[in-house]
Design a protein. Structure first.
Length: 567
């Protein structure tokens, strides 16, 4: 069974890396926004009227964050757009203020300026898109490979989720130890910790605001609300004036809708997945809700595999007959190369299992790759199906996984499965035999009729060349019993030497036969094999593999198969 899964692994690849990399810290891409313009003041003092005009002054500051490596910034509409005229009083005078924006500047914190060797901390920005109803705006400053805050997924958030709010409350007024002027000082970013205390719905029931406990003040508007992994889950928008610890952020999935409506979603390095309906995967005894465009491409009955060319994220699912508990298999999944080519470490996330399915364990893990590739994340679910275990996981770049977190988790917890090992295989002496369609122009071996044929290969023994053809088959009611065969052209393989290369233990059929034992996920397997020379001079390798508990059946099956192949 180990060879079967290794064969399957050879058909897949890790998701391809994306070129841009997110900021090491969200603060590196959280920006200070200055709004410069003019102020017109109408003064009415007991009927005496006059006006005052002020030009090229700082009329407001706020926060924002780079969300695209090509220089696009998210903030609030109210931070960068002209406000309605407002009234104030000073003694007996009534003052009406009208502000007009002339210039918007986006400024990076001092550490980012030094690290990126920017010629100036501030850059002029233009408004690429704005929506007063949503209170969202996108600014453009230009550039390439800028540090950015990657977008997460707000649909899976619930009360109690930890969150950090970043921004520039009160602008330069917080720099009390320095002499602040309008042109030469960019304050350092302020970070406050808190939690999502509630998710507030809009009139139509949609998630409209995240209520948070973070300390927010004027100037925080437009800054990112991030989870503990540094992904933006919201855009800070406002707070209740007369209440402490009650602030609000626009959910990041509302931001995604806004970007899509303005055709700006292509600016984001990750792509959005949407969950489709429930799909039953024919012949494999499993079903789940898959993201739109996902399907199974694996030729193996005990494996499901999405096409890695269709998305940076891939789905992989393996079925195994194993006595191990779900926590033990979880450890094997994360800490070894049994299922995935990289090892991972657990994240502080435990996914809720589907209601009514107590035998499912779901979670998340991450792996830091080298400088040449992105960090990887894996969300997984392990389902007990009697004596069988289903190990399902989505694997991809961490940015893509975080961007689509709620979709992937909903898919995993929808997983359902039926056992594939039911009863026992038919008697070896009475079964019918047939020859599969030729793969190299000749029929080289007979197989039991009605068995499931897959592209499996016998043991890859040291020193043997690649075979000309391979075939594998197992009974419909038991995928743990497998017959495998390979063939080589005449003169390329010496049977006795090949058997010795496969195992030091000779089988019951003499020096051209062998047997071996292996353990896979807590189950001991026995392999019976033989190399024989056909009348055409070709060498054929035959193997029967089964759990040790079924070795008597496998041995009798193997003996009948050898006789059939020799006819």
């Amino acid at each position: 069974m180990r060879a079967l899964l290794i064969s399957a692994a050879l058909l897949v690849a890790l998701p391809q890396p994306v070129a841009a990399q997110r900021a090491p810290l969200p603060a590196d891409a959280t920006v200070f926004i200055r709004v410069v313009g003019s102020v017109h003041v109408e003064v009415d003092d007991l009927g005496m009227k006059e006006s005052v005009d002020l030009e090229r002054i700082e009329i407001g500051t706020g926060s924002g964050f780079v969300f695209s490596p090509s220089g696009y910034v998210l903030t609030n509409h109210h931070v960068v757009n002209d406000a309605e005229p407002y009234l104030d009083r000073k003694g007996t005078a009534k003052l009406t203020f009208t502000l007009h924006t002339e210039r918007i500047e986006v400024c990076f914190r001092p550490e980012s300026v030094t690290a990126r060797q920017f010629s100036s901390p501030c850059s002029a920005a233009s408004v690429a898109a704005s929506d007063p109803a949503l209170d969202l705006a996108v600014l453009f400053i230009g550039g390439s490979d800028l540090p950015y805050v990657a977008l997460g997924d707000s649909d899976g958030l619930s009360a109690g989720a930890p969150a950090d709010a970043l921004g520039y409350p009160f602008g330069r007024d917080v720099e009390v130890g320095k002499v602040a002027t309008a042109r030469d000082l960019v304050p350092d970013v302020t970070t406050t910790s808190g939690t999502v205390s509630a998710v507030r719905a809009g009139d139509s029931g949609e998630r409209r605001y995240l209520q948070v406990t973070n300390t927010l003040n004027p100037g925080n508007s437009g800054g990112p609300l991030v989870d503990r992994d540094g992904y933006a889950i919201g855009v800070i928008s406002m707070k209740l004036a007369d209440a402490a610890g009650i602030g609000f952020a626009i959910p990041v999935n509302v931001v995604k809708d806004f970007l899509e409506s303005r055709a700006l979603d292509q600016l984001v390095p990750a792509r959005r997945l949407r969950l489709g309906g429930f799909q039953t995967i024919a012949g494999k005894g499993v079903g789940l809700r898959l993201p739109e465009g996902f399907g199974d491409t694996s030729p193996f009955r005990s494996r499901v595999e999405s096409d890695p060319r269709g998305s940076e994220i891939v789905l992989r699912l393996d079925r195994a007959a194993s006595p191990w508990s779900a926590p033990r298999l979880e450890q094997e999944l994360k800490e070894t190369h049994t299922f995935e080519p990289v090892r991972t470490t657990a994240r502080a996330v435990r996914l809720p299992a589907r209601s009514g399915v107590p035998r499912m364990l779901a979670g998340s893990a991450a792996s830091a790759q080298s400088d040449a590739g992105p960090d990887l994340r894996m969300d997984y679910a392990i389902l007990d199906v009697g004596a069988e275990r289903i190990v399902a996981r989505y694997v991809g770049p961490a940015d893509w996984m975080a961007f689509n977190e709620s979709v992937l988790r909903e898919s995993l917890v929808s997983l359902q499965a039926q056992p594939l090992v039911e009863g026992g295989p038919p008697s070896a002496e009475t079964m019918e035999w047939t020859s599969p369609a030729p793969t190299d122009g000749q029929r080289f071996v007979s197989l039991p009729a009605h068995w499931v044929v897959e592209p499996g290969s016998p043991s890859r023994c040291p020193g043997l060349p690649e075979p000309a053809a391979i075939v594998s088959a197992s009974p419909p009611q038991d995928f743990t019993v497998v017959l495998r065969a390979a063939v080589w052209p005449a003169g390329t393989v010496v049977p006795a030497a090949a058997a010795a290369a496969c195992s030091a233990n000779r089988g019951a059929l003499g020096d051209t036969s062998y047997m071996s034992r292996d353990t896979w996920l807590g189950v001991s397997y026995v392999t019976y094999g033989v190399f024989s020379q056909a009348a055409t001079g070709r060498t054929i390798q035959l193997e029967a593999v089964s759990p040790a508990a079924k070795s008597a059946y496998a041995r009798s099956l193997f003996a009948v198969w050898v006789r059939q192949a020799g006819r």
